[in-house]
Design a protein. Structure first.
Ligand code: XMP
Length: 516
């Protein structure tokens, strides 16, 4: 199968927490970017239609012997290179510079003076604010190099090689704390690498449709819908490619949020004439969960039950060989990094909702090159409603892991209503899109309250709202007190069986986002 690869700028990953961000910034400038392991070979790079190489930062020190090193030959292809932080140190070390731990570690916002405004610093002010985070720095530069910028503590805050297209910045242009960072990356992409900027969401849709058609031919594809943005956009793009040959299965496990199944069904009916198979399996799931309190036990039961229901339904749809899945790019890079990146990230395996390989389907994964916000952009281009595109992520085991202790119909009803109030109020305050995930949790304790002249002894609801880029680390959102007061008042007044509301102010780590 022939695929026209867009021009690519690769990010060689040395374990920086910002590698994802570098790739995102480049894509925002309409150039496709891919993160690759630092073990990549020059031959592999050549096969990728690479127009530029970025060496990422990283937590290691180039001064220690076991620091991650790329193949030295990567520095000697004729593809332009930009080293960022550790990438500058490693690249310049390979090209003859001396690096040493600096006396004063630089961390945070720093004033930087630009000496040379050609190429990398074109259209950039003489004095800029940059984000620094380094312990080592260049001590001596060979004559082949030129210093482009400096800070009070760092004479080589930006450098270039005089004969090769190698540039380095000691600061982080990819973070928002470096306001001119985007222009610096723009200069690297368009003035140094001579990219044309052929990456856009509409070109991605066109390319993806062609690829799906080539992959599946005239065959049918099955897709499990969860109501979340990833599976919905996956179904929408496949529908554009093969129309009625797509069959979707949507399982209501009884653990969904208020109005969730109605919203998904309506969206699909209104927007597509897709062959939608709705299975109400609530009783089945709730029976299996009866008297179960242990979180992992709940996850296992729900996962197994889902696979059983999906198998039964897919058997009814004979002769389907392809299964569509909403795998995203970060899912793939996380697994690469766990198998060889310098900071093997440990992600707990949330495989509820994923289907096992022995089902025998060939996978169709049209979103596997995309970040979450790009998926939202595609969803928007495909005309999906905001309600689905901007919906916060929801775990496969659903409300079962937000009801601490046993899951019952009554407790589900309490939680659904409280959650709905919280989300509605956050939406009315115009904050929903600014928060990564917000939800209510039903606790397994009763507390004393007073309503009118009566003593009450009822449930407690905890509210959780977090900000995060990657869901691996997260901070709690400083919701305005007035908003919290409104949510709390409404829940206590409107949700029967609740007399207390608390707000979770823990970050991840050491806490997790979900309570179970
Ligand atoms: P934690 O609680 O691990 O959550 O900090 C990180 C992100 O993962 C979601 N999550 C799950 N998703 N099945 C899923 O599909 C699960 O079992 C599961 N547990 C947590 C959570 O909602 C958050 O977005």
């Amino acid at each position: 199968m022939h695929k026209k690869t867009p021009e690519t700028v690769i990010v060689v990953d040395f374990g920086s927490q910002y590698s994802h961000l570098i790739a995102r910034r480049i894509r925002e400038l309409n150039v496709y970017s891919k993160i690759v392991s630092y073990k990549i070979t020059p031959e592999e790079i050549k096969q990728m239609n690479a127009k530029g190489i970025i060496l990422s930062g990283g937590p290691a020190s180039v001064c220690v012997s076991d620091a991650p090193h790329c193949n030295n030959k990567v520095l000697f292809t004729d593809i332009p290179i930009l080293g960022i932080c550790y990438g500058l140190q490693l690249g310049s070390q390979i090209l003859g510079a001396k690096i040493k731990p600096s006396k004063n570690r630089e961390y945070g916002k720093t004033k930087c003076t630009v000496k040379d405004h050609s190429s990398l610093f074109d259209s950039i002010d003489k004095t800029i604010s940059v984000w620094m985070s380094h312990g080592d720095q260049v001590l001596e530069l060979p004559d082949d190099f030129q210093s482009l910028a400096y800070t009070e503590n760092c004479p080589y805050a930006a450098i270039r090689h005089k004969k090769k297209e190698f540039y380095g910045v000691q600061f982080h242009p990819e973070v928002t704390h470096t306001p001119s960072g985007s222009q610096i990356l723009h200069n690297f992409l368009f003035k140094i690498c001579h990219c044309t900027g052929d990456w856009s969401m509409s070109s991605y849709i066109d390319r993806s449709i062609k690829e799906i058609q080539e992959q599946v031919g005239r065959e049918r594809v099955i897709c499990g819908l969860s109501g979340g943005v990833d599976s919905t956009v996956t179904a929408a793009i496949i529908y554009k490619a093969i129309g009625s040959k797509l069959a979707c299965i949507f399982v209501d496990n009884g653990l969904l949020r208020s109005n969730e199944s109605e919203c998904v069904i309506e969206t699909f009916k209104k927007n597509f004439k897709v062959d939608l198979h709705f299975v109400d399996a609530s009783d089945r799931f709730l029976n299996r969960l009866s008297s179960v309190s242990d979180p992992e036990q709940k996850r296992k039961i729900i996962g197994h039950e889902f696979i059983d229901v999906f198998k039964e339904e897919s058997k009814k749809l004979a002769d389907i060989n392809y299964l569509a899945q909403g795998t995203l790019y970060p899912d793939i890079i996380e697994s690469i990094s766990a198998h060889g990146g310098p900071t093997a990230k440990i992600k707990s395996h949330h495989n509820v909702g994923a289907l096992p390989a022995e089902l025998g389907f060939e996978l169709v994964e049209p979103l596997k090159d995309l970040f979450k916000d790009e998926v939202r952009e595609i969803g928007s281009e495909l005309g999906l409603p905001d309600e689905i595109i901007w919906r916060h992520p929801f775990p496969g085991p659903g409300l079962a892991i937000r009801i601490i202790g046993e899951v019952t119909e009554d407790r589900l009803e309490i939680l659904r209503y409280a959650d709905e109030i919280m989300i509605n109020e956050i939406q009315s305050a115009g904050l929903y899109k600014k928060i990564a995930q917000a939800f209510a949790v039903l606790l397994p304790v009763s507390t004393v309250g007073v309503m009118g002249d009566e003593r009450t002894y009822e449930n407690v609801i905890a509210l959780r709202a977090v900000d995060t880029l990657d869901f691996m680390t997260a901070d709690w959102v400083r919701l305005p007190h007035d908003l919290l007061a409104k949510i709390s008042n409404r829940i206590i007044n409107e949700v029967r069986g609740v007399n207390r509301v608390v707000y979770d102010i823990s970050s991840k780590p050491p806490s997790t986002i979900e309570w179970e």
